[in-house]
Write a protein that binds this ligand. Structure first.
Ligand SMILES: [Zn+2]
Length: 360
């Protein structure tokens, strides 16, 4: 029953706006997802993936996941058992703060605009745009997906993410790819500082009108860390609460055959934190973040570094941008375009060769 109703839901909600045709011209669209999937394994590892749900947990220090363990963070541990992951990914080198790192996740760029970075060095929304910070138009995952007919959404628990709405909707570029899908690259932009309510909106959206690319930002650990200290009792409770909300998203996808067969879930963080804060970029408690991937074809229970040639686990080092690279939160942008079979994000540096490989 779940299968039929989910399929019906998908079919009903995927008219012009959703990209089945534009994104996967060779493959039959959503309505025939079930038969298509059975034949999928022979072609390419990521062929089954038609949707990406990216979750960034603000201020998630991977030590909290280890310390709380499977008993108190069952869903994060479920993701690690059923997906490919590392607890030793990196933030941007320059800064371990929220807006600079989220801009990196969305654009695939480092921060320093003198070296191709996005230039967002302020952690508050100054009323400007990423384009102005970079000195030129700066494309995001939203641009690549939307210009090719995909549907996009950004759900955030912080008001300052208005920066992205202004950047890629109000000041989005003209669509010069194929049919004109307009300048607004984010179809649904939703701010709710109540994380529980925000996740209810996310799961409702997944049930009713699943997007090609959904980005979700959760804020509880960061808020508790600033109020009571990172890695302290209240902070750890906030991570547990976030784990519960993550479980809502996982269940929404996993309990619907059509969604489960098409959706890749990626989870990372903008920075960690210990004690009073997280802004010292040279502190390992701040620059070390998790990176988890779960979805069709993804190698279950595997270490992402072992699967991904071209990346090197940095040990405890902070790492620079030269030499062997660690997995970074900014790899998210081109991981998404890769598995969706789309071109790279223009100007993106991270995962440019698309060697981040979570598949069996
Ligand atoms: Zn913070």
């Amino acid at each position: 029953m779940a299968v039929l109703s989910a399929a019906a839901l998908l079919v009903g909600s995927v008219p012009a706006a959703t990209p089945a045709v534009a994104l996967a011209p060779a493959v039959a669209p959503v309505a025939t997802a079930a038969p298509a999937v059975t034949a999928q394994a022979k072609v390419s590892a990521d062929d089954a993936v038609d949707r990406v749900v990216a979750i960034s947990v603000d201020g998630l220090n991977p030590d909290a996941i280890s310390e709380l363990g499977r008993a108190r963070t069952p869903n994060l541990h479920w993701l690690m058992r059923h997906g490919a992951s590392t607890l030793n990914a990196r933030t941007a080198r320059e800064q371990t703060r929220t807006l600079p790192n989220h801009t990196g996740m969305l654009t695939g760029r480092r921060i320093d605009p003198g070296h191709g970075g996005h230039g967002v060095t302020s952690n508050s929304d100054t009323g400007s745009t990423v384009h102005r910070a970079a000195g030129h138009y700066t494309a995001s995952v939203f641009d690549v997906v939307h210009d090719r007919g995909g549907s996009t959404a950004l759900f955030t628990a912080k008001e300052k993410f208005a920066l992205y709405q202004r950047t890629w909707n109000t000041h989005g570029a003209a669509d010069r790819v194929g049919r004109d899908h307009g300048r607004a690259k984010i179809d649904r932009f939703s701010v709710d500082t109540d994380n529980e309510r925000l996740v209810a909106k996310v799961t409702a959206d997944l049930r009713r009108s699943p997007r090609t690319f959904t980005f979700v930002h959760l804020s509880l650990p960061d808020a508790a860390g600033h109020d009571h200290g990172f890695m302290g009792k209240e902070y750890l409770r906030a991570v547990q609460e976030t784990d519960r909300l993550l479980g809502e998203v996982i269940r929404t996808i996993d309990s619907r055959t059509a969604l489960r067969r098409q959706t890749m879930l990626v989870l990372t963080a903008d920075h960690g934190g210990r004690g009073a804060g997280h802004s010292t970029a040279s502190d390992s408690a701040n620059y070390r973040v998790p990176f988890m991937i779960w979805g069709p074809g993804v190698a279950a229970g595997q270490d992402l570094y072992r699967l991904s040639s071209g990346y090197q686990s940095p040990g405890s080092a902070r790492t620079s941008y030269s030499g062997a690279q660690p997995i970074r939160n900014g790899d998210l942008a081109n991981l998404a375009t890769d598995v969706l079979d789309l071109p790279r994000v223009p100007g993106a540096e991270f995962n440019r060769r698309r060697t981040l490989d979570p598949f069996r």
